[in-house]
Write a protein that binds this ligand. Sequence first.
Ligand code: IMP
Length: 503
Amino acid sequence: MALYFDEPSRTFSEYLLVPGYSSAECMPSNVCLKTPLIKYRKGQEECPLTLNIPLVSAIMQSVSGEQMAIALATEGGISFIYGSQSVASEAAMVARVKSYKAGFVCSDSNLRPDATLSDVLALKERTGHSTMAVTEDGTEAGRLLGILTSRDYRVSRMSLDTKVSECMTPFDSLVYAKEGVSLKEANDIIWEHKLNALPIIDDAGRLKYFVFRKDYSSHKENPNELLDADKRYIVGAGINTRDYEERVPALVEAGADVLCIDSSEGFTEWQKRTLDFIRGRYGDSVKVGAGNVVDREGFLYLAKAGADFVKVGIGGGSICITREQKGIGRGQATAVIEVAAARDEYFRETGIYVPICSDGGIVYDYHMTLALAMGADFLMLGRYFARFDESPTNKLNINGNYVKEYWGEGSNRARNWQRYDLGGASKLSFEEGVDSYVPYAGSLKDNVTLSLNKVKSTMCNCGCLTIPELQKNAKITLVSATSIVEGGAHDVILKENNVNVIK
Ligand code: IMP
């Protein structure tokens, strides 16, 4: 007879945290959000790779490109560069993150000299950047002819047909530096000449980077930056269970610090074969997570197969229609609670702590705190990060509202069929994800700071200063449908400017 679970599986919104005693020590500035990313012998050694904040960005085309990876590592988390692209282009993205020099920014706003002011305004709208490079052919590879900033034109006084070449600061009048200059030297030039941006060019006169005045100071304000021993940003990368023999060596060569098998359902022999290949070829030197699973059995299978961390969640993602299409999945809260118990059981038996990642379904910031309290070591988010400047999608104006695009890896748009692969030659003929918009929300830094301030504040209410303390001491209560209504603003007539009201 089939196995029945008599209790419904539950989602984060069905729970709340009950405050504990907060001593005077319990202030948000004392909270530490460090958390292990990969397995280790807890109590006997330090975890070799820890996150400074418990957030990683989803392995998705619409989320994790190189800009996201740099911005998130700056804040102390990790991006997993999406694997649904060619091996060469994924490895190149990883390599660019690893070779990124903090403070040196590649220009993504480039124009030809014959572009017009209306092209400038359109580019500014799309990228949000007001400093633009004018190059011979309008690409980053062309020779630099000049720079255009918002100081060079006045929309109210000039025709929109004015050519960029007529209003830019031409190369001959520019202050620039040669490739190889240090950030400190660049900054000195910026101060000396009262510049906002300094172009850095190579011997052929091509623009390599900009150094911005604001970036130099912000670089010094990132105490959580996640860096490797050579002071390069830490970055992850997605792999699949089909082409790992080719993809894994390329990503390792490119400098990926950690890999993750990206699959909608990970309790499979395909995952074990992938892990066996990696362990056979690299031993423990290559770190790799596996998943996704939603129960004890699935976790134990992947932990025993050698996964460095295990990802939890099926069907809870905001763009996911797996549950509707295939009827598989489990409420995210229930899945995390059960898998966390399995992780602790495995630790008691083996002395090895295999961190778990709650993947998908985080809607409100308090869901982050709940997921951690339920036992997640860190969280993977897609929709959350897709809303920020750093996601690799365009910002669009739809009926006066700014949005960004966000599409599932199982949608026709991403065509990441390996993620749903169950072997055999055939490709799947149905989608498990949708193509959508999410409201544009600004910069990653501002949003992550705000969300984590809320997490820290709640942790203090629970009397906890670390994630392990929260996992051990949290008091979590189920809420009834009626009390969810009581939790929002109710029985008042809301004024229109209430931006924080959950609708
Ligand atoms: P979100 O944070 O709720 O948007 O969920 C993101 C997670 O959804 C990802 O990390 C994936 O695990 C999962 N996901 C990504 N694309 C798809 C899809 O097309 N179908 C189902 N799940 C997806």
